[in-house]
Ligand binder design. Sequence first.
Ligand code: PMV
Length: 309
Amino acid sequence: MTVAYACGKVILFGEHAVVYGQPAVAVPITQVQAQATVEDAEPGEGITIIAEDLRRTYKLEEAPPDDPLRVTILNTFRRLRLSPKLDLTISITSTIPIARGLGSGAAVSTAIVRALAKHFDKYLASRAVSELVYETEKIYHGTPSGIDNTVIAFEKPIYFIKGSKAEIFWVGRPFLLAVADTGVQSPTKEVVEDVRRGWERERERYERLFEGIGKLAEKGRRAIERGEWEEIGRLMDENHSLLREMSVSSPELDGLVEAARQGGALGAKLSGAGRGGNMIALVTKETCGRVEMMLRMAGAKDVIVTEVR
Ligand code: PMV
């Protein structure tokens, strides 16, 4: 039996604008993770997929061609030059909430790719894992920028521009993030399509917003490298305002952002596609308890405090 894991992620700066070629910054979140287990099955059994959290067990050959797990498994077989006629049981569990901007889809795919490579004693570099997961991301997201698969496969803070090699960078001074869940599921694909419609209607305004966000991501990376917490917080606030102008926030997200700021956070913004999902707040050891309390009072369904290093 072989087990492999993958972490979650949050986008610190640049969501949506990254789809239009602007830079973005994302970091791994290790408190939550996806796990994949691969076991040899009886001869002739074929491939059985057990999605434990969804309480679903099914045969790979019976799954529709666009089933994300099927696509991940078959692409990995192809990459590793394995026969798709193997007899295996592949089980998946995850503590990453689904459709909340924490990269659950990419993490599940990453865990599967890693578990299969390990099971068959094959080496896959992080970049190869990321490329395989990107293929599955297209099913979830339509036109993904590639940021989720990259940060999760590399498990390091990344500065990402679509179509270029992601840059891993160093955190000058580790910092704490409170990640709060609105409890509202938000399918990334729909929000990304809405932004595209907005951009088609009002190109100039949207392109100004994208460029503004890109500049914040650039400054954000520098502030993280220098360990300038106040500056990181200020840039997060500014990024949230621009995302609001792009209509991807929601009353729930704005409520949590406001609550975090009142609790003493240095900055706060939505993270990921928006309209629901998670928001993030920059906190310190001193403010984290109070911010968490304020977030829960304002309706957060869950709050994770994580250190970015
Ligand atoms: O997967 P999420 O919800 O964190 O959002 C992805 C971020 C977007 O920029 C909105 C889309 C993309 O492909 O980068």
